[in-house]
Design a protein around this ligand. Structure first.
Ligand code: NAD
Ligand code: MG
Length: 394
């Protein structure tokens, strides 16, 4: 029997993290959890530690780590408990880790995902913000180390599965004419613009098809999530923005499509359950059980498609603009969006002001290209400060 693969789950207590552990638990002979990390939900991390018995745990700070250490000792469990951002980088690079699930939310997930790429790990990438902030640097690191980069975002998993198995980052050589990213349209699809003035964080987080963390749920409601995914697709598949199209498909059955030169369109379909793309990334090129209900085609209603409304949801256009601007513009877009979304979730900013803050940051912060992680993180901080100023002025 072959040795189980060592897995580090970064962001284990989140929506993707929990779904990942659900899939892993179905295959104890294939996977061994080496490390689990979390920011705030220590109780959940502790329960996960009892169940999966990792060698390493990472908490946010020293006091959380010492709490956790004491609880583990009481429970008779031994694990190395670390804390802070450096510890995330450390566990992503451990020799006994074969694959890293990068499922931290936001630019906070970049340094550890990049460390996994530099260390040549198999990267299961849920943290789309890594590619938005540092697309070129990240892809260069993947190429230099020869790591395998497997998308977990459902749309990118769909595209990955719809491309030829030997796709070598060259759309023309593969006969690809277009990538079509599908979008559910979020909870406010079809709502009149005037309604959007008064929507609350809970309204925004009530996604029609997917159950996700609060930040990505708000991004889905503004369509910024689709914008971030356009940027993610540009880097993952080396396709120019002019050949990436977004189609609103409210049923979320088709997870994305690839159109070929000869008129063929390859699509990937499935229930809206993240365990499918997670299992696909974990086991690729094999297919493993993910606990997902098989699709019942006879229970499906019509599959419909519409163009996104960029006037009511300007964030999608802002993401295309940032790609066009190039340099650090996507990093600025992302940082300003994180600040604006956090302020909206805390009741300090209206929903409709999110794109205004992002647009102001793209105009007001230098977008000259940084060529190092440190440079990008400094740009991220600069854009955050700018956006915080804008939020305060709204
Ligand atoms: P979530 O909010 O449910 O979980 C985030 C995880 O990251 C938690 O474990 C949290 O403890 C950790 N975390 C948060 N801030 C941190 C910090 N500063 N340092 C270290 N750890 C931190 O988020 P999610 O919905 O699971 O999304 C995770 C990532 O996956 C995001 O980048 C999101 O865009 C992407 N994604 C999510 C889904 C989904 O279905 N939820 C689908 C596609 C892509
Ligand atoms: Mg997605």
């Amino acid at each position: 029997m072959t040795k189980p693969q060592g897995i580090a789950v970064l962001g284990a207590t989140g929506s993707v993290g929990c779904n990942t552990l659900d899939v892993i638990a179905r295959h104890p002979e294939r996977y061994r959890v080496v490390a689990l990390t979390a920011h705030r939900q220590l109780d959940k991390l502790f329960e996960q530690a009892l169940r999966f018995r990792p060698d390493y745990l990472v908490a946010a700070d020293a006091s959380a780590a010492s709490d956790l250490r004491a609880r583990l000792t009481d429970a008779g469990l031994r694990a190395e408990v670390l804390h802070g951002a450096d510890a995330l980088v450390q566990v992503a690079s451990l020799p006994e880790v074969d694959a890293v699930m990068a499922a931290i939310v936001g630019a906070a997930g970049l340094p550890s995902a990049l460390a996994a790429a530099r260390a040549g790990k198999r990267i299961l990438l849920a943290n789309k913000e890594s590619l938005v902030v540092a697309g070129r640097l990240f892809m260069d690191a993947v190429r230099a180390s020869g790591s395998a980069l497997l998308p977990v975002d459902s749309e990118h998993s769909a595209i990955f599965q719809s491309l030829p198995a030997d796709y070598a980052a060259n759309p023309d050589a593969a006969g690809v004419s277009k990538i079509i990213l599908t979008a559910s349209g979020g909870p406010f699809r079809g709502r009149p613009a005037a309604d959007l003035l008064h929507v609350t964080p809970d309204d925004a987080c009530r996604h029609p098809n997917w159950s996700m963390g609060r930040k990505i749920s708000v991004d889905s409601a503004t369509l910024m999530n689709k914008g971030l995914e356009v940027i993610e697709a540009r880097w993952l598949f080396n396709v120019p923005p002019s050949r990436i199209e977004v189609a609103v498909h409210p049923q979320s059955v088709i997870h994305s499509m690839v159109q070929y030169r000869d008129g063929s369109v390859m699509a990937q379909l499935g229930s809206p359950d993240m365990r499918t793309p997670i299992a696909c990334a974990l086991a690729w090129p094999e297919r493993i059980d993910a606990g997902v209900e098989p699709m019942d085609f006879f229970a499906l209603s019509d599959l419909t498609f519409e163009k996104p409304d960029l006037e009511r949801f300007p964030c999608l256009q802002l993401a295309f603009d940032a790609l066009e601007m190039g340099g650090d513009a996507p990093a600025v877009l992302n940082a300003a969006n994180e600040v604006a979304v956090a302020a909206f979730l805390e009741g300090q900013l209206r929903f409709v002001d999110i794109p205004r803050v992002v647009s102001a940051a793209l105009a007001g912060v230098s977008c000259a290209a940084s060529d190092s992680l440190e440079g990008l993180l400094a740009r991220d901080q600069e854009a955050r400060r700018f956006a915080e100023g804008r939020v305060a002025a709204c």
